[in-house]
Design a protein. Structure first.
Length: 76
């Protein structure tokens, strides 16, 4: 098995982190499509989808992302 160079490993982890963050934002129990979620992130979409994404899903995803990172730094 070949080892990844540090730059390639960093790029792979960055892309994976961004993908996980986007999946956390677009997934939920409300029937909101991926396109609606992404348009709400960019300022478009309906008021309901924008409110759902910006007030509920984005803070939840960012909190989970930062708590996971802090737990990793702490060595838990």
């Amino acid at each position: 098995m070949t080892r990844l160079r540090p730059v390639n490993l960093f790029l792979l982890l960055t892309v994976t982190s961004i993908a996980a963050l986007l999946i956390a934002i677009v997934s939920g129990s409300a029937g909101l499509s991926v396109a609606d979620s992404l348009s709400a992130l960019t300022g478009g979409g309906t008021d309901q989808s924008r409110s759902l994404v910006l007030s509920l899903r984005l803070p939840r995803a960012l909190t989970a992302f930062s708590v996971g990172g802090l737990l990793a730094v702490a060595g838990v």
